[in-house]
Design a protein around this ligand. Structure first.
Ligand code: GLN
Length: 309
């Protein structure tokens, strides 16, 4: 079994840490800019319940785009595959995650996939609930179950900071409202989406969630099927094809693990049928992925032959 020793993981983390100097913390959401670029933590969660970790695992990260996978799972459970994919496509894009350009030129006019911002907004729109508050509570309940941690919540400050500055996301929403992809009040949706992105946890929680996806939706400790197998598989497929933004192809070649990153510097990895990985390193590369986090995954994959291909 790979990486059973924390010492081994620590060595890999130390080798990757040197790359943080070449990265940059995201600043388009002002609150994210407060993160320490040198901080790095990593955890691997196994089905038997044991977890190995390295770095300061108490550090919390906001999920940002990692939340797109969780919202997709919930929306698929709420509405079913046909409904969800009538609003969002299946195809990867070579564009940055917040690009607006293909929204207009794709025919029919819908977001290309659920991992870019436009697609994620269309998916979050589908989360059921009587009110925005109920929708965020339902998502939080789901995330807490996946992580096995009832104390998980969102960070008010990060949510507010994004809400104030999310003009590009608002414009994606207005475009989609014009084309009947969404039909709710845009401010409502942005309010919900910014809270979703601000859900906070540490890399241990993230590794636990990664493990549930690795096991096709099965939570091995409580022995519950938290996500239907077919839904977990759809999510993992998008993690492979679009999870690392417009670096997903290179990542698939070099690492070959279903993974999803966020601009906070988090990466959730799911090694099929084996284990979950949670990483937090706020310094990002030019595509918006944790620069040291990608290195850690590359080293783990090579050392333990983890590529699924
Ligand atoms: N909340 C961020 C946004 O919508 C998430 C993007 C990301 O993590 N890439 O811009």
């Amino acid at each position: 079994m790979p990486c059973t020793s924390s010492e081994e993981l620590k060595q890999i983390m130390m080798q990757a840490r040197v790359y943080t100097q070449y990265g940059k913390v995201a600043d388009y959401i002002p609150a994210l800019n407060q993160a320490d670029p040198d901080n790095l933590s990593v955890a691997i969660s196994h089905p038997e319940g044991n977890c190995v970790s390295a770095g300061d695992v108490r550090m919390k990260l906001s999920l940002q785009s990692i939340s797109k996978v969780l919202a997709l799972a919930l929306a698929l459970m709420d509405r079913g595959e046909d409904h969800v994919f009538s609003k969002v496509g299946y195809e990867p894009t070579g564009d940055p995650f917040n690009s607006i350009i293909k929204l207009e030129i794709s025919k029919p006019s819908k977001p290309l996939n659920p991992m870019i911002n436009a697609g994620a907004l269309a998916v979050t729109h589908l989360i059921k609930g009587e009110s925005v508050q109920e929708r965020i509570e339902r998502l939080l309940y789901f995330v807490r179950k996946l992580a096995g941690n009832p104390s998980i919540s969102y960070c008010e400050e990060i949510a507010a900071s994004e809400f104030e500055t999310a003009h590009l996301n608002r414009s994606l929403c207005y475009f989609m409202k014009q084309h009947s992809i969404i039909n709710e009040d845009v401010e409502n949706l942005i309010y919900l989406y910014t809270k979703q992105c601000a859900i906070e946890m540490n890399c241990l929680d993230l590794a636990r969630i990664g493990l549930v996806f690795a096991l096709d939706g099965f939570e091995p400790l409580t022995k519950e099927q938290l996500i239907p197998v077919s839904v977990a598989r759809i999510c993992k497929t998008f993690m492979v094809t679009c999870g690392m933004y417009n670096a997903s192809g290179e990542f698939a070649v070099r690492v070959g693990i279903p993974a999803k990153s966020g601009v906070s510097g988090g990466i959730m990895g799911s090694v099929p049928n084996r284990f979950g990985i949670g990483i937090f390193g706020a310094a990002l590369d030019d595509k918006g992925n944790s620069i040291a986090g990608v290195k850690i995954l590359e080293m783990l994959s090579k050392k333990y032959d983890l590529s699924m291909f």
